[in-house]
Write a protein that binds this ligand. Structure first.
Ligand code: GLN
Ligand code: ZN
Length: 777
């Protein structure tokens, strides 16, 4: 016997995205739900058997989901909003998917898996709101509660899946989203009440499911309470205590492990160690410094699950270093009081590195995906229980990888480092906005309420087909180039025709706003199969930033120059900002994120300067992920915002006062970052606002934001074409909050997911709305 190992959850999408195929084929009516359920069952079986074969001793069940584990919890507890027409009993599959996607099943999200706000379908029943799971790129379906909410056990999924695994000979530890986390992540739909006030009504459902799991043969259950790494109030801490006191009573023979992750417990540590439960999981990757405090305070009998293998990133662990840290813990607590674990569920990592055949040999040797991480746990456990000799070659390989990573010229670029150490404050300074504004007015002579778009135009099937034909070598590079040029030319002609003031080239050449740049930068790697679930059946393949980032050559200059050569109107150069490049990638863990961000900032700064030199007079630097970078605890905000703002300014400050810097952020909560946006000091910012009736401009108003703003007047998440009057009304609302000469007129976000049939009339109406408004001033 070796010391126990566990993964808090395993990726559910299947090594070849089997779940996506099964879901989408069922949604489109090609196959029936029985086929979907069978495919899901196969994935679960394969996952359990694989983990067992890898030697993992504690394997999770109920970590699988057809869509999302938080939605599963809403369904399990009967928290199904009335509009879905559920009448009690087990919640049927079509109700489940209606909650996830709306009854029409039209997905209305604008990015490839990046959701910035709630998505709703048009007509039929809307989908429930979706938002980010803590600071990950995974999105959950936000639970909705009414003040008179009733809960009832409405799904036997946790028990069914436990029994399913048992039948395969795998004794699992079922996972549940904890009651406090569930309520805290939910939203009060009617009236203004604290969702935690529903706890006493909710707990009997949890008690029932725990009893059923016990009857089914479970001895341990993992209850996830990641809210314990957030700033909690005394009431919230009291709720945790009350909840677990009751749950332990409900199923006294069942051992509960409370799992906390994505950070350290800090102020909630006393609460955590006082919970009357049998086990506590702590994140020692993000919260490595908490180990001493936890050891000091944890009662002797408490089983500690040590999250030492990173569930959020793709790096191979340096096992010897990990052993040095945990050996004393095991000694102090005893082998049967410690579990060696992943820091969080492996849901956030790709599945199997062995599927990657094109990665650089060295880069590959530095990585570990879900399967490899479980192998690492195995090595750790054997080393702890049987001595290092037992796993000498594995430890050696891990140390060798760590050593080459520390010194590899693939990673460490002296030129990048020299540049970083020679940064000066002047590099983040531009002339004051008032001067720039004057200079730009002289240079551009734009009308009042200038009209523009955010960058991308529809990525129609033609565009996608041409891209894939080019990738497969079915057309020549020259043919592909011709195709892109003609698409760009058409888009420019059309923008001129309808009278837009500031044009874009349409981004037809881009597969994705991060990947397109990552592929052209040094220090970035891309996988073939490294998919990670973003939400439902949408998966993303985040690039891996493995080394010092630099720009070997200009990335967008030829496209922007070509586009500008076709028109006399200003053509915005279009770039993705450093913060967004950082957050939508897997990031190095050997240097601070801020440092990687500065490297990217310098690379993009070069591009900005080259665009200017090529005659591009307006440059947009998109920072779609700026807000989501905010740390989970408020105490970390200032530091983050300081370096994030600095990186943006580093990117944007190398140009003349007459060059107009735009930025774009596609979401609608600015209160927490308004001062940072002010400090970014972009000449123009475009933001998402159409669905909030311009209310979020209040943040800009009370901050007295001086620069120019384009509040989105056209909701691009929906195929609906907004009428001129609607957009005029929104613009009028905007002018009550901001000075008319600050305002631009544009859609909420890029138009790549829309069709030309909607985009054309919508933009014609938008230009019309701006013209009408000009007549009134
Ligand atoms: N320029 C990008 C586009 O229009 C911006 C996308 C985004 O912010 N999500 O597609
Ligand atoms: Zn956007």
């Amino acid at each position: 016997m070796s010391i126990a190992t566990s993964a808090l959850g395993f990726p559910r999408i299947g090594p070849r995205r089997e779940l996506k195929s099964a879901l989408e084929s069922t949604w489109s009516g090609k196959t029936d739900s029985a086929a979907l359920l069978a495919a899901a069952k196969d994935i679960r079986a394969a996952n359990w058997l694989r983990q067992k074969k890898l030697g993992l001793s504690i394997i999770a069940s109920n970590d699988f989901s057809l869509y999302d584990q938080v939605l599963d919890t809403s369904v399990m507890t009967g928290a199904v909003p009335a509009i879905y027409g559920w009448k009690g009993g087990d919640v049927p599959l079509d109700v489940y998917f209606a909650m996830a996607r709306g009854a029409e099943g039209i997905s209305t999200v604008c990015e490839h898996g990046h959701v910035h706000a709630d998505s709703h379908t048009v007509g039929g029943v809307p989908a429930m709101e979706m938002t980010k799971w803590f600071d990950t790129n995974y999105h959950y379906i936000v639970p909705e509660f009414t003040a008179d909410q009733r809960f009832s056990l409405s799904s036997s999924k946790p028990v069914d899946e436990f029994l399913e695994a048992k039948a395969l000979g795998v004794h699992t530890r079922p996972v549940l989203v904890g009651p406090v986390t569930f309520l805290k992540l939910g939203k009060a739909k009617t009236g203004d009440f604290d969702t935690l006030s529903l706890l006493t009504r909710l707990l009997p459902v949890y008690a029932e499911i725990l009893q059923k799991l016990h009857e089914a043969g479970a001895d341990w259950v993992q209850i996830d309470e990641p809210v314990m790494v957030l700033d909690l109030s005394d009431t919230e801490r009291a709720a945790l205590k009350a909840a677990y006191a009751e749950l332990v009573k409900a199923a006294p023979a069942l051992k509960i492990l409370v799992a906390t992750y994505f950070g350290a417990l800090d102020d909630n540590l006393d609460t955590a160690v006082a919970l009357p439960v049998a086990g506590l999981h702590i994140d020692l990757k993000r919260g490595s410094s908490q180990i001493d405090a936890v050891l000091k305070k944890a009662p002797k009998e408490l089983v500690l699950s040590l999250g030492v293998i990173d569930g959020r990133n793709v790096w191979r662990a340096h096992l010897d270093a990990v052993l040095d840290r945990i050996e004393p813990v095991v000694k102090a607590r005893g082998e049967d009081r410690v579990i060696i674990s992943t820091s969080c569920s492996l849901l956030h990592t790709p599945i199997d590195l062995e599927q990657e055949t094109r990665l650089d040999f060295d880069v590959k040797s530095w990585l570990a995906f879900a399967v490899q991480k479980i192998e690492e746990l195995n090595v750790l456990s054997r080393a702890l229980s049987h001595g290092k000799k037992d796993v000498a070659s594995a430890l050696e390989a891990s140390s060798r990888a760590a050593a080459t990573r520390r010194t590899s010229p693939l990673i460490h670029d002296p030129k990048v480092q020299a540049r970083l150490s020679s940064l000066t404050p002047a590099m983040t300074k531009r002339a004051p906005f008032s001067l720039r504004r004057e200079a730009q007015r002289q240079a551009f002579h734009l009308p009042a309420f200038p009209t523009t778009t955010i960058g991308s135009f529809p990525q129609t099937s033609d565009v996608r087909k041409a891209r894939s034909a080019n990738a497969k070598g079915e057309i020549t590079a020259a043919q592909y180039d011709e195709f892109l040029k003609s698409a760009t030319k058409d888009a420019i002609r059309w923008q001129e025709e309808i009278g837009l003031d500031v044009l874009v080239h349409g981004e037809f050449e881009r597969n994705d706003m991060v990947q397109y740049f990552g592929e052209q930068l040094s220090g970035y790697a891309f996988t073939q199969h490294g998919w990670v679930q973003s939400f439902g059946s949408r998966y993303v393949r985040p690039p891996i930033i493995f080394g010092d980032v630099s720009r070997p050559k200009p990335m967008t200059v030829s496209w922007s120059s070509y586009a500008q050569s076709l028109t006399s109107r200003p053509m915005k150069g279009m770039l993705t900002g450093p913060v967004t490049m950082l957050f939508w990638s897997f990031v190095r863990d050997d240097i601070p994120r801020s440092e990687t961000c500065r490297q990217i900032a310098l690379a993009i700064r070069d591009e900005v300067n080259d665009l200017e030199a090529a005659g591009i007079t307006m440059i947009q630097i998109d920072e779609a992920a700026f807000r989501e970078g905010l740390p989970l605890k408020k105490s970390g905000w200032k530091d983050y915002l300081d370096w994030a703002v600095e990186c943006f300014r580093l990117t944007s400050s190398g140009v003349k006062p007459t060059t107009q810097i735009h930025t774009h952020m596609c979401y609608s909560e600015f209160n927490d970052i308004i001062a940072a946006i002010g400090a970014m000091d972009a000449d123009v910012i475009s933001i998402e606002t159409s669905r909030s009736q311009m209310e979020l401009l209040d943040a800009f108003k009370s901050y007295k934001y001086p620069n120019e703003i384009g509040p989105g007047v056209y909701d691009i998440h929906s195929p609906r074409v907004p009428a001129t009057e609607e957009m005029s009304a929104l613009l009028n609302l905007a002018s009550t909050r901001l000075a008319p000469d600050q305002l631009w007129v544009n859609p909420d976000c890029g138009l790549k997911t829309r069709g030309w049939a909607e985009v054309k009339p919508a933009l014609v109406n938008m230009v019309e709305a701006a013209k009408k408004l000009r007549e009134t001033v």
